[in-house]
Write a protein that binds this ligand. Sequence first.
Ligand SMILES: [Zn+2]
Ligand SMILES: [Zn+2]
Length: 450
Amino acid sequence: MKHFLFSALSLTLSVSLAFPTYSLPLKQRGNYNTQLKESINNALPKLESLYLKLHQAPELSLHEEKTSKLMAEQLKLLGFTVTENIGGFGVVGLFKNGNGPTVMIRTDTDGLPIIEQTGKTYASTATTIDQHNNTVGLMHGCGHDIHMTSFIGTAQQLMAYKNQWQGTLMMVAQPAEEVGAGAKAMLKEGLFEKFPKPDHVLGLHVSAALPAGEVAIAPGYALANVDSVDIIVKGKGGHGAYPHTTIDPVVIASRIVLALQTINSREISPLEPSVITVGSIHGGAKHNVISDQVKLQLTLRSYNQAVRTQQIAAIKRLTKGIAISAGLSESLYPTVFVQDENTPSTYNNLEQTLKVKKSIEEAIGKAHVVESKPVMAGEDFGRYGLTQDNLPITIFWLGGVEKSLYQQSLKTGETLPSLHSSKFAPDYPLTIKTGVSAMTTSALDLFNQK
Ligand SMILES: [Zn+2]
Ligand SMILES: [Zn+2]
């Protein structure tokens, strides 16, 4: 039984964000933007303290108990009908506001086992015990605290301006993104059956490569298929001085590593992005002993599902072929194990994504929105668009880098701390403000089919 300590967690549930209802003339966009900006500015101090609370109390994937309670509490205070514990610690907040489309907005909620080293006064000092019984740091190193704060800020604005839209707002706080399990678990538990099926699904992810105040958006593929694959290479061990009496799995594994390079270079179309990385290779214990097995750990990336299938089939075929050529019997052929923890690629629906891009341009200015290229990172947000309903989904990148640091890195060529870095410290006030503004405007426009 896993046992977790929450030594430094002190989430209080008192950050009330209830807000007055605004009236605003929707057709006058200038006025509309000014009013919205003003009400977001007014909301910022409380949102910033919500951010700091979340930042200082991260929880690991599948253990987001207190975080999800806080999300549920905030949504209830804003007037949503809230259901908790969907697919683990998932939370769904619903607000039905007359006839119209259903817009789903998703945040993820989990943190990472990282000791924060940003040097910030508000840095997380939380620790926990992981499943291997090791004490590990806890950090929102992927910025999911920014996502949650923007999510609550957006819910608050949409409630404040509820006389400006009609339809159903579905706020989904999803756990376990970092292990690729949360979206799958929520969908399996009937997210689109027990609750209204969304007409539009929106999400955002903070970017560690874009300045705060800016947004990047990729129409089409945005993030990749991600698979973890384990290969156990077997052999016949023996004395290092008598290799002819053995079948050396280290040599077989080496041949496999090189052969895998030809999958991308000679089997998959050069027009299809594909990554096959052997991130770990372990075998043997001593200089003069030929071992019985070697373990390889791979990460696979692609966009196209057919390419993913092709990668896996080729790995199985090549490893088997090399084992045969080494003279191994069938019982000693390598085993190729594709882990369940896979993430399918995220495809941003073209029509919806261009609409969202236009809305964000109106919200934060055209100069602050760029079209981005897809990346080989993964996000389980893609799953919401891969059910049989084929729902249109859009995720955008929310710039998080402090502007001066960004400029400095352009000048010096020094790389910025990436997501999952212990030194990643977003410029949270501007990032949250931009996130709320971009997401609120996008949702309002989708409700009103602008
Ligand atoms: Zn992450
Ligand atoms: Zn993330």
